[in-house]
Design a protein around this ligand. Structure first.
Ligand SMILES: Nc1ncnc2c1ncn2[C@@H]1O[C@H](COP(=O)(O)OP(=O)(O)OP(=O)(O)O)[C@@H](O)[C@H]1O
Ligand SMILES: CC(C)(CO)[C@@H](O)C(=O)[O-]
Ligand code: BAL
Length: 280
């Protein structure tokens, strides 16, 4: 597997594949790869001739008091995993390469409405940072398809909307969430959990499952159910940020029994912020 850390080398590799008529799949990540990321690579590989992954801890999507500095960086182990899963190349730019003029004067891409809800309401500027870096990476890699995890449900919706709004010729593939055997969604930030917190953490998924069971059983009092779920999270040791029963498409709060719904949730366990979701 090739490790690429300059734009000319990246463009040369992409051009070489294009000249062979090869179809290119792209998997953007922030590294510290786990089986969720590797599943994206497997899906990408099954749908294209070449798979390129990016590893970039994107400063633009971190708030001032968030975990940019402590975010785990494990390039060597990541490359071993990517090689084992048959990725062809990994692009590992530096912040200086992606933002040569600095973040304060960087042009940006923002997806209105979808970007303001849920995590967007709690993490000001987060989705602007995500859509800007993904747009830049798309312009550099120019893939045919790109794979994103459903664990980051709102992010996936925002990327789909950005691709539509900006007429980018890229097919976006959503890949189901990979979980530990106890139900916890795999996430790089799980590594921040203490032993005790790791035992508590699967309660997030379990509470979403209970909530889904109540709705499936005919309880449509969504706002009351959201409050109950937050109380259950608090009792399980979390500090809930939100539990929102939302429309799968617009991500606005669900009101109608007939609309397709998804439960979206975020909660802190100690200093670690976890997210999860469940489609209904
Ligand atoms: N458990 C998972 N199952 C499927 N896809 C996942 C999973 N975890 C992350 N992904 C996807 O991998 C891609 C890169 O995500 P990222 O590098 O932020 O990993 P992460 O584990 O979500 O980290 P974080 O702890 O920062 O949320 C995203 O498209 C994300 O949705
Ligand atoms: C899509 C992404 C790689 C953009 O930095 C990041 O938000 C992530 O890892 O989900
Ligand atoms: N997977 C989402 C990236 C972030 O929380 O910054």
């Amino acid at each position: 597997m090739k490790i690429i850390n300059s734009v000319p080398a990246l463009r040369a590799q992409i051009n070489a594949w294009r000249q062979n008529g090869e179809r290119i799949a792209f998997v953007p990540t922030m590294g510290n790869l786990h089986n969720g990321h590797l599943k994206l690579v497997d899906v990408a590989k099954s749908r294209a001739d070449r798979v390129i992954v990016s590893i970039f801890v994107n400063p633009m999507q971190f708030g001032k008091n968030e975990d940019l500095d402590s975010y785990p960086r494990t390039l060597e182990a990541d490359c071993a995993g990517l090689t084992a899963h048959g990725a062809d190349a990994v692009f590992t730019p530096t912040p200086e390469l992606m933002y040569p003029r600095g973040l304060d004067v960087q042009s940006f891409v923002e997806v209105p409405l979808l970007g303001d809800l849920h995590c967007g309401a709690s993490r000001a500027g987060h989705f602007r940072g995500v859509s800007t870096i993904v747009c830049k990476l798309f312009n550099l890699v120019q893939p045919d398809i790109a794979c994103f995890g459903q664990k980051d449900y709102q992010q996936l919706a925002i990327i789909r909307q950005m691709v539509t709004d900006l007429s980018l010729p890229i097919e976006i593939i959503g890949v189901p969430t990979e979980r530990a055997t106890d139900g916890l969604a795999l996430s790089s930030r799980n590594g921040f959990l203490t032993e005790t917190e790791r035992v508590q953490a699967p309660a997030l998924h379990k509470i979403l499952q209970q909530l889904k069971a109540s709705i499936d059983a005919g309880n449509h009092n969504y706002r009351a159910l959201e409050q109950q779920a937050k109380q259950l999270l608090t009792a399980a040791g979390f500090v809930p940020d939100y539990v929102n029963i939302s429309n799968q498409h617009s991500l606005t709060l669900a009101v109608d029994a007939n609309e397709r719904k998804v439960i979206l949730a975020a909660a802190k366990l100690g200093t670690t912020r976890l997210i999860d979701n469940l489609e209904l």
